[in-house]
Design a binder for this molecule. Sequence first.
Ligand SMILES: Nc1ncnc2c1ncn2[C@@H]1O[C@H](COP(=O)(O)OP(=O)(O)OP(=O)(O)O)[C@@H](O)[C@H]1O
Length: 567
Amino acid sequence: MGIVLSGSTTTLVKAQPLEDSGSRVREGMFVIIKTKDRRELLGRVVSIVHYHEFFEEGDIWSEARQKGEDIPLNVARRYTTVHIELLGELKGGSIFSISQPPFPGDPIYPLSQQDIEKIYGQGSEELLREFNFKPTATPFGTIYGYEDLPAVLNINNITMHMAILGITGSGKSNTTGYLLEQLSRLNSSVYPAVPVIIIDANGDYIDYTLPENRKEVKSYSMIKRFVFPKSSAVIRHEENIDILTIDLNVFNERELSELVIAYYKRGNLEGAEQQVSLLHNVLASREFHEYAKEKGAEYAGSQAGIDFNSVFSDNLVSKYLDEDSELKKVYHSATIGAVKRALSVFHEDIVKSSCIIPYDYSGATLNVDLIDEMTKPRSPGMVIIDFSSDGATGIYPEVKQFVVYYILKLLYNKFVEYKTRIDQKERLLLFVIEEAQNYAPNKSKYPVGFSVAKDILATIATQGRKFGLSLCLVTQRPSFVDPIVMSMVNTFIIHRVSPEDVKFVETVTGGLPPFISKKLTLLERGLAVLAGQMNRFGFPLLVKIPARRVEHSIGRVRIFEEGDENA
Ligand SMILES: Nc1ncnc2c1ncn2[C@@H]1O[C@H](COP(=O)(O)OP(=O)(O)OP(=O)(O)O)[C@@H](O)[C@H]1O
């Protein structure tokens, strides 16, 4: 498609496209240069400049142009120059750095299937066959400029963390849906699909629960959509829903105490040590356990335990504080009063208003058994937590943060346990969190400021991938997400971002080629940058993402009916 010109170096090649391929050459596309000494150099077109001798600034035709007179255009010197950034030399399935520039006259070719196979380290056929043992890779859209060459995501690196970034309307939900669809067709005998839990902010993925759409994600043995007990989805008796209730028994006494006080104090535990200590002492005391058991809050099957679901759904701690006069001698009345207020807020929001604490542990639907079930390698599950106005009607943002916190904690505990059990080591799960800035907010930039989920999210971001737990953070404002959490992400799918986010994106990705950085605010819908460790190509790529197979339809308001004049 072109010829190398004089003056090329080991980093930048100047080239001239062949006449018939001029329109095929596009900025951002990858090319191969075959040198006289039989090397194959991989490069990326970074600029295309057209020259025309009769259109130079201040040339002899200036006046003629000014007057609109005809200029003999076809006798002028016209040419196009293409600049290609050199990335590496393809050799034996690997990419090496380049120590000798190409020669003037060396031919330039578009990327072929064979080149792609070399870059991916093996033939595509082999790539697919690999799936028979372990899920290792999935095609993910096509390389920009090549309709038939796939970009590929390494799935054995799924225990990496990902982020899908982009402003509203840039195509994040489409990409997330497409990712879920690709992860559901791994063709692997061990994991036919990657188990996934999704915090679905706008109900964009609930269509996967519809029987007619199941074929698109058929490798999932179980697909559940959880909605809040008093949501409109429940009131309207929508089909294919599960009621979201949780199990407080995943927390220990200390964690519960911190949680209740942090929830009350909007995340700030500073100066609340006495309150946490009081609540902890009560929850852990023999006297309280006996009191709770007397009130019927026994954890059946466990020797010593009490059931925290019963304890909190009955607000037993508060009642106990009223009755126990001994505590009044040890703690200041202001501390007792603050703890009671904290318990009352927790009871009001989490128990009474959102109704997500069942009367006892056996009533929890989103619990350890579900995680066990959905992460079984041969029968993976997809769980959608519907946070849309339909599935979480009237639910406060703090309660949503609490639910995300609960799920993170549940997953963390369970995966630490899997890791210590020889027969469970292969378990894995991807937790997709939409509007991630609401759960791990960057305090200095985002006014939400507080989230109970932030610390555990940071812990999982730091440690989760060691035991098979991956995060996929989806956000329209990457710089609103806690930088510690973001710095743990190592694979990025970046749609169009706002200019204020460009610097932040460059920092968290560890630097992007200047050509890609320049494009970040200009990417058209459906075009994204793929960068990081799961990108099998090795260099940040522009990827064309196809439309997801199952579109979001449930709950969409139709303004026009088919047949309407304006439809
Ligand atoms: N690759 C694509 N191919 C075809 N249509 C697309 C593609 N990406 C997005 N769209 C369409 O563009 C519209 C907006 O996309 P999408 O909802 O994914 O954006 P978003 O970034 O998630 O926006 P928001 O943050 O508001 O949810 C949708 O109607 C979607 O179907």
